[in-house]
Design a protein around this ligand. Structure first.
Ligand code: SF4
Ligand code: SF4
Ligand code: SF4
Length: 258
């Protein structure tokens, strides 16, 4: 089971948002009250109750418009900077699930101060973590590690009917992604590429400049600097595996459907 990854082929995404809804359903997350802000992207951003968000971008392509869809989520970084930032304050608020490689935020995130949350969010190269101000919990995609432990696909992948989302053993996902890039290049998509594949477990494929899809589609440039700042304050307690009370652990008992 060890060493899992997503392969997210944006060329196959129709923006149906089935993944976005399935994520809310599995994680028991409420809908959000939203307003029309001039885009079909809804809600406008990730939040403590929206772990998966299909981003919409309209791009001028010399007389026509390209419409790009980007099912954004935590990348489950192989060496997660958010975990380093959290450990500067507290151990086991952010842990790595040894069976899958999922980066998981635990109940201990409630104990992180406002300043610590700011640093955790700033440390993320993809601007993913969000805080529930009412509960103090810091949240994001869990890789549905509870489902994966029981041999199920992540809920978002299960819901995707176009083949845009795949999940499985990392070598197989990397191979599928690289094969698809070659296939697309052969069809004339010269900019086809996979994003930050060596450092993340959510491997996105795009066919244009990544910034055309989302400003944080690839790791933001200043991350190296932020990470160097966090490291000297690091207190490493050897926590690498899940060993506590986890944010979604109870779901394994309460949800029985695929
Ligand atoms: S379910 Fe699949 S096709 Fe639909 S929005 Fe999500 S990734 Fe795109
Ligand atoms: S994408 Fe951000 S929140 Fe997710 S593991 Fe990487 S640093 Fe942490
Ligand atoms: S893996 Fe699970 S938690 Fe993460 S985006 Fe998909 S459904 Fe949501």
């Amino acid at each position: 089971m060890a060493d899992k990854s997503f392969f997210i082929d944006t060329t196959r995404c129709t923006a149906c948002r089935g993944c976005q809804i399935a994520c809310k359903q599995w994680n028991n997350l409420p809908a959000e009250r939203t307003t029309n802000w001039g885009s079909f992207q809804n809600p406008a951003d990730l939040s403590h109750s929206t772990f998966k968000l299909v981003r919409f971008s309209e791009v001028d392509a010399g007389g026509k418009v390209n419409w790009y869809f980007f099912p954004d989520q935590c990348r489950h970084c192989i060496d997660p900077p958010c975990k380093d930032a959290a450990e500067a304050y507290l151990n086991e608020a952010v842990v790595i699930d040894g069976a899958t490689g999922a980066v998981v935020y635990t109940e201990k995130t409630r104990e992180l101060s406002a300043e610590a949350f700011k640093e955790v969010r700033a440390a993320c190269p993809y601007d993913i973590p969000r805080r529930n101000d009412a509960t103090g919990l810091i949240t994001k995609c869990t890789m549905c590690f509870d489902r994966v432990h029981h041999g199920l696909l992540p809920a978002c992948v299960k819901a995707c009917c176009t083949g845009a989302l795949s999940f499985g053993d990392r070598p197989a996902m990397l191979e599928a992604a690289r094969r698809r890039v070659e296939e697309l290049k052969g069809k004339g998509y010269a900019k086809a590429q996979i994003l930050d594949a060596d450092s993340v477990r959510a491997i996105f494929l795009v066919i244009d400049d990544p910034k055309s899809y989302h400003p944080f589609a690839t790791a933001r440039a200043e991350m190296g600097k932020r990470r160097k700042l966090a490291l000297p304050r690091l207190f490493r307690g050897g926590a690498g595996l899940i060993a506590g009370t986890y944010l979604v652990g109870s779901l394994m008992d309460s949800c029985g459907s695929e």
